[in-house]
Design a protein around this ligand. Structure first.
Ligand code: ARG
Ligand code: ZN
Length: 879
């Protein structure tokens, strides 16, 4: 049943050209496909080799080979495809006519309708829901597509590549457009769109002078909200030229925003299709976080043109080849467009919050998995975010210049091919002469390495010794693991807070300041250590690992003041806070303990808040204390979310009390008044103000609630309004109902903004939340077939409300399991994603764990579970 990497074989047949004629109709879309097919010279096939084309949910009308109609048994059809048992030895043409039903397509794979717009999603295996094909990424073909539709319903007709013809049909009711894509591509990059859409048009001239027509298609009336996406696109196109030497390669580049989409966006060649929440933005309707994700996802999909499209994956096990690399590229773009340190903090927060739990739980898999049942289940934080970290480590090991040389070689050597991770890494090895054999384990071993470090200091000999013990816990399918090659960026801070100029006398340095941790135990000796050193380890988070080393509260406070690595300065503060909260959990006299920890911590924070060399966005990161879920993850075993929530509240409240004056000051100084701009500086100011507001609200006094309400009422942009909305929805403030009502009335006609209203209520830690979420499932604006709605309400409850999802009585688990089954019947991909909320259930305290497990077991017993959910549930329940 599972597909194995080890079973990969080159395709027996190749398809050189594809001619599609698609007559769009809401319930009966006709697809005529003409394929030129030949035997693959690379494949050692002999004699009669059957041609097996993939196909699902297709209604077959006719099939002919070299112009001759085929009749059974010259072909056979099953639920998964079409087989021609004895095709000719010479190249031949196959013509197949099938019908699909876009309106009935609730899985949103293949061709479907989204608010009256025809669109398609093919990655990973949706093309087989459009026509019979060799639906695998190593079959590259040139496509010509003729689209036909009602003029009224679909005045806009788009496909990949360049437009070559269009016209109106007799009767003037229908029209057509023909598109040709000169670049051979795998079927997963195929896309079409047909609908009544508004266009925001612009132009871009590449550095070699190619003029490119840029288009962003959105719902009528929303054109003005697409300017930020357009601006982001142009900056991304320029950046790829300057940083990686990559130019765009067609005459047009189109983006279409649709409202029903399983994921964020899709990099179809020349025709990116986006979830509209990642395109549309205005100061009134979008938060700074929305603006940031639009910028980074627009860039991400654009960057895929080279890392994914021009060079694609040999098979789906190589998914990280395009995703990890493209995430790395979009993170670099964001880092250079904004603050590099803040970007790094954001990315690491995200990695720890989403990928670390995956790596430590039943869904753990290597960055390059070795087996899957449903490939859609592997679009994971491990493949994407850890995959990006692995690419970043290559850059750390080689340095910027040699890394670029390796990338250049990759583009040169593999343009137009479908390749593997080995091919990719070989380019860096060949360009630099560095041996990456051991490094490859990052792609094959799952789990987050733990580096337990110990530093000793010999004052007399002015020497220090660092011992690093690396452990890798077993994970599903892998009991014994080999040590990873870890680039450990570090420095020793002296008494004066400055980096000491140490000499590495024993142990390998990759380059100055980056140690090579290579074994289960690796030792380093440093000379010229002139005072008691404070270790600043894993600077800039140089590897996706956990590091532990004995540091006192004073050491952490010292690092918060002095560490010249701003990432580690933040890390010290984060560590200080989370460990204080954890200490509260098993303290005998928690009040006294918290009081003393909080006052030291507050003093260190205060110092940073007054430091004029730090920017607002960075200060905001310092003020955002670790979330309940972060502390739960640090606890790792016997997690009781209610206890953590209480400890978290006590600590935050104590810090807010100690910092009262400073917070007042920060809040007042960052007040609005200037004209809105989405740029990093203005967003940083809002972030700092809102972080101060959050902390102050933790005290929960009448004054705090009054300030909170005023913040909402006076907000002149969605960043401030939404921030206040979430806080108010989470507390029993007298204004709560009024504010929620006000927000609803104002935004009920805006389907994107109203998602924030659903999410704010679903995230509330109040005990009533589950009942309210159940009631909201029946709200007229909630639609279970729209993934954004499911994510806003059910997703926010399950993934962003640790307290109420993990209710001690298990009702949160039962609710989720029940909803997953309901969604699974409509959209398996979205249902399987929701199940991810259970990924850490094994680290719960016994009662909760038992309840989560029985909810999962009940789901497992459901009669009609999709392959997607079946795979997740069974991996969760395996021991
Ligand atoms: N390639 C897309 C991106 O990362 C995501 C497509 C997800 N598709 C899926 N079937 N899970 O930009
Ligand atoms: Zn991607």
């Amino acid at each position: 049943k599972p597909v194995l990497l080890a079973d990969y074989r080159p395709p027996e047949y190749l398809i050189d050209t594809v001619d599609l004629d698609i007559a769009l109709d809401p319930i009966k879309t006709r697809v005529v496909s003409k394929l030129s097919i030949r035997r693959n010279p690379q494949s050692k096939i002999t004699g009669k080799t059957p041609l097996k084309l993939d196909g699902e949910l297709l209604e077959l009308e006719s099939i002919s080979l070299n112009g001759k109609k085929l009749r059974r048994p010259a072909y056979t059809v099953s639920e998964t495809g079409l087989t021609i048992p004895a095709p000719p030895k010479e190249p031949f043409t196959l013509e197949v006519t099938t019908f699909v039903n876009p309106e009935a397509n609730t899985a949103l794979q293949g061709i479907y309708l989204s608010r009256g717009v025809y669109c398609s999603q093919c990655e990973a295996q949706g093309f087989r829901r459009i026509t019979y094909f060799l639906d695998r990424p190593d079959v590259l073909a040139r496509y010509t597509v003729r689209l036909e539709a009602d003029i009224a319903m679909a005045p806009v007709l788009l496909a990949n590549g360049n437009p070559i013809a269009r016209g109106t049909l007799a009767g003037r009711k229908r029209h057509y457009a023909v598109w040709h894509d000169p670049h051979p591509k795998p079927s997963y990059l195929f896309a079409i769109v047909g609908g009544d859409l508004a266009l925001l048009a612009s132009m871009f001239t590449t550095r070699s002078g190619r003029k490119v027509d840029l288009g962003i298609y959105v719902e009528h009336g929303k054109e003005a909200r697409a300017h930020w996406a357009m601006d982001s696109l142009k900056r991304a196109m320029r950046w790829d030229e300057t940083r990686f030497g990559r130019e765009y390669d067609l005459d047009v580049f189109n983006i279409v925003a649709v409202s029903d989409f399983n994921m964020g966006a899709m990099e179809n060649k020349g025709l990116n299709i986006f979830n509209d929440r990642l395109i549309l933005a205005s100061p009134e309707t979008a938060t700074d976080a929305n603006y940031e994700s639009i910028e980074s996802v627009v860039a991400h999909e654009y960057f895929h043109n080279w890392t994914g499209n021009r060079i694609t994956c040999r098979d789906w096990f190589q998914l990280c080849l395009k995703e990890g690399l493209t995430v790395y590229r979009d993170q670099e773009f964001s880092a250079e467009s904004r603050s590099r340190t803040v970007q790094r903090i954001t990315d690491v927060r995200q990695l720890r919050a989403l990928q670390f739990p995956e790596d430590q739980g039943p869904l753990a898999h290597p960055v390059r998995p070795e087996s899957y049942i449903e490939i859609n289940n592997f679009y994971t934080p491990t493949v994407y975010e850890k995959g990006a970290e692995v690419v970043r480590m290559i850059e750390t090991i080689l340095g910027r210049e040699k890394f670029r040389a390796g990338m250049d070689l990759y583009f040169d050597r593999h343009d137009g091919q479908a390749v593997t991770i080995e091919d990719f890494v070989a380019c860096f090895a060949d360009a630099s002469g560095v041996d990456f054999t051991e490094f490859m384990r990052w792609y094959t071993q799952s789990g987050t390495p733990e580096l337990v470090c110990d530093l000793t200091f010999d004052r007399r000999r002015k020497a220090a010794e660092l011992t690093v013990h690396q452990t890798l816990k077993p994970s599903p399918g892998k009991a014994k693991k080999q040590p990873q090659f870890v680039p450990l960026a570090m420095a020793l801070l002296g008494e004066n807070g400055k980096e000491m100029d140490i000499a590495v006398e024993e142990g390998k340095e990759i380059r100055p300041g980056v140690l090579a941790v290579t074994h289960h135990t690796t030792k380093f000796r440093f000379g010229n250590v002139t005072s008691r050193p404070i270790p600043s380890l894993l600077r800039n988070f140089s590897a996706p690992v956990n590091v532990t080393i004995a540091l006192s509260d004073d050491d952490l406070a010292f690092m918060m003041h002095h560490d010249s690595d701003l990432f580690n300065r933040w890390q010290a503060s984060n560590k200080y806070a989370s460990r204080s909260i954890l200490a509260h959990l098993d303290a005998k006299r928690p009040k006294t303990l918290i009081a003393s920890k909080a006052s030291k911590f507050a003093a260190a924070l205060e110092h940073a808040l007054h430091d004029s060399t730090l920017d607002d966005a960075y200060k905001a990161e310092l003020l955002k204390l670790p979330a309940v879920a972060d502390v739960a993850r640090e606890k790792a075993v016997r997690v009781d979310h209610a206890a953590i929530f209480e400890a978290h509240r006590a600590f935050s409240c104590a810090v807010a009390e100690k910092l009262a004056d400073t917070l007042d000051e920060v809040y007042a100084h960052t007040s609005n008044g200037v004209k809105f701009s989405p740029n990093a500086k203005s967003a940083g100011r809002r972030a700092l103000r809102n972080a101060a507001l959050t902390l102050m609200t933790m005290r929960g006094t009448g004054d705090d609630y009054a300030r909170l309400e005023a913040h909402y009422r006076q907000a002149s942009n969605m960043t401030d309004a939404a921030h206040a909305l979430v806080l108010i929805a989470g507390v029993d403030s007298p204004a709560r109902d009024d504010v929620l009502q006000d927000f609803f009335e104002r935004w009920k006609d805006d389907h994107l903004v109203i998602d924030m209203w659903f999410a704010a209520q679903a995230q509330s830690p109040r005990t009533e939340t589950l009942d309210e979420v159940k009631a909201l499932c029946a709200h007229p604006l909630f639609k279970i077939t729209t993934p954004n709605k499911v994510r806003a309400l059910i997703g926010a409850f399950a993934m962003a409300n640790p307290l109420q999802f993990n209710r001690a009585d298990g009702a949160g688990y039962d609710f989720l399991a029940e909803k997953v089954l309901e969604i699974d019947a409509l959209n398996p991909q979205v249902a399987a994603r929701m199940l991810g909320a259970f990924r850490s259930y094994r680290s719960l305290e016994p009662k909760r764990k038992g309840r989560a497990k029985s909810a999962l077991k009940r789901a497992a017993m459901a009669t009609r579970l999709s392959r997607d959910c079946r795979e997740i549930v069974s991996r969760m329940l395996e021991d």
